[in-house]
Write a protein that binds this ligand. Sequence first.
Ligand code: UDP
Ligand code: MG
Length: 347
Amino acid sequence: MPTTADDREHTALNSPPPARLTADALLSVVVPCFDEEAVICETHSRLVATLEAVPDLDFECVYVDDGSRDATLNALRNLHRADARVRVLALSRNFGNEIAVTAGLQCAAGDAVVVMDADLQDPPEVIPEMLKRWCAGVDVAYGVRTERDGETRFKRWAASAFYRLLNRLADVPVPLDTGNFRLVDRKAVDAFLAMPERDRFVRAMMAWTGFRQEPVPYRRAARAAGETKYPFGKLLRLAIDGIMSFSLVPLRMATWLGLLACGLALAGIVYALVLRVFAAVWVSGWTLLFIAVLFLGGVQLLCVGILGEYVGRIYGEVKRRPLYVVKERLGFAPAGRPPMRDEPMED
Ligand code: UDP
Ligand code: MG
């Protein structure tokens, strides 16, 4: 019998994890889709084939249409008609991947939820391995990309550099080379959903929730069809969002730049005085003055810009707008009530 707190903790750590894949356990798979008509049906059939092969697994697929301009929503409606496990949440316009994932997580009823891209870059075949970890007591099993097929060398380099920079700057360690592809236990999903912020960098927010997190290595495939929705500009925005939301280092940089400017000015003063005293000359010259003025102006504008980024974010938060607007819901229990598994779904 454990007596002391230490003993009790030790016993808790060594006790077998609670059985998770019970008869009434449900797995939800959240898939954000933006203009994915070329690939969505193939994604669904591969996903279903993989999940049906897991014995006794009850699952639902939550597709979030993020304001697609092509026939994605129609394809999703057809999938829903053909398969009662398909739920569709259509947003009123494009809100971005991170918001679409949040919307999907809000609607997912599962005891565990998988988040997966629609373009088959995150292979559904990795999910059974994630499930195994979950059954062994892991709360967040996140996919780590060991190799990335079909991406340009520059994108791979930029992604790798970004993840390392983020890790240095962020308040919580964010796993390297990790996207949104992961399996998350209900309690971590609820912790994530309790975070109300608008700038949602899902992978880092998940890291923030804590719990027992483990990597699942996988080879990131090339996009099955269609084009990336993340050109360089959008990726850069996402990177800036990630850093700003999880770090105050850019703000502190202002202080360091200020100190640097003061140090340089001091050095200049000493230099001028030494020349005056020992060589009896006054330092003169517009060039030096010009450089100093430009340097200080640059530093100040940069700092105002950084400050502006944070103030802009505060402005966005205080408006308290809803994160997204829903246009259509298919296969969910009526809004306002928690979904129950065995009741007839609205259509
Ligand atoms: N996506 C989305 N909204 C967007 C952009 C992308 O829901 O505004 C979805 C997209 O359909 C895909 C996932 O997010 O399922 C990842 O996007 P993509 O494959 O284009 O990004 P990449 O893998 O090239 O970084
Ligand atoms: Mg992709």
